[in-house]
Design a protein around this ligand. Structure first.
Ligand SMILES: [Zn+2]
Length: 271
């Protein structure tokens, strides 16, 4: 078993199972950042407050989970603001302050659709792997974005910075494709390994290369990057009611195979 440092990031919170997830993670001594949708915060506000009180970090994942390349800049930034207002209220209600302002794009659409990072900037030998990672194993056809999309992507980064969002302090990630592209410097929160737990939702089950929980455990065991011990890992999982058991089973599998989940650096700042 190879011990590896990792950070756990949970998207699409809060679900009706968020309380269970927080308790389950706390029992296992696993810190995490929950990227929350504003519409779900409106439904499960108390769970959000409870998670903050238990020491978990709540972060912004837009209001209604749109793809940023398909809505206007103004509409998209309004979603982030609306959600941040709710998150700020939750922190106030919990009596906690000092956590960093973090953001993750829904669907990892950072303004350029499937062109999540500048694939042309990734070394040839790693490009297919990176595209596969973000596309979760499918051979997607990707066309480089036009100038308008590139401009929107950088305008969104500038806006996030101006609003006080910070690059999360997921320290110790050393992969060349992470530190050598804009991933490490981006204001929004990127990841280095997806559990692909969402593939087990009713809507997706059976339609993707990994069809069972055992398939997804095997994917973890076989992932060349995830197995590396000289880099930290940023793990993506989901807070979704219908796959709660599966997501927790994947986190347990990570723990059993040597992942050691760490808290972010203080206030999200890099040392
Ligand atoms: Zn999401």
């Amino acid at each position: 078993m190879s011990k590896r440092n990792a950070y756990l990031t949970i998207d699409d919170s809060p679900s009706p199972r968020m309380d269970d997830m927080v308790d389950g993670l706390a029992q296992r001594n696993v810190p995490a950042v929950f990227f929350c949708r504003g519409d779900r915060l409106d439904q499960h506000f108390d769970s959000a407050v409870r998670a903050i009180k238990k020491g978990y970090v709540l972060a912004n994942h837009s209001y209604s989970h749109p793809r940023s390349s398909t809505v206007t800049f103004d509409a998209f930034t309004a979603e982030i603001k609306r959600t941040q207002d709710i998150i700020d209220r939750a922190y106030q209600a919990a009596g906690v302050s000092g956590d960093p302002k973090l953001f993750r794009f829904p669907h990892m659409d950072r303004g350029m659709g499937g062109w999540i990072i500048d694939y042309d900037a990734v070394p040839d030998s790693q490009r297919d792997l990176i595209i596969r990672m973000f596309a979760d194993g499918l051979n997607v056809k990707l066309d480089p974005p036009d100038q308008a999309a590139r401009d929107k992507c950088s305008a969104l980064q500038g806006w996030l910075k101006k609003e006080g969002f910070v690059t999360p302090a997921f320290n110790g990630v050393t992969f060349p494709w992470y530190v050598g592209t804009e991933m490490a410097q981006a204001i929004d929160a990127m990841f280095t390994y997806s559990t692909s737990d969402w593939m087990l939702t009713a809507r997706h089950k059976g339609k993707w290369p990994w069809k069972t929980i055992d398939d997804l455990k095997a994917k973890m065991d076989q992932d060349a990057w995830l197995q590396q011990t000289d880099s930290a890992h940023i793990i993506l999982a989901h807070d979704q009611e219908e796959i709660y058991d599966e997501t927790m089973a994947l986190i347990d599998h990570g723990l059993a195979t040597g992942l050691q989940f760490q808290p972010m650096g203080p206030r999200g700042l890099k040392p």
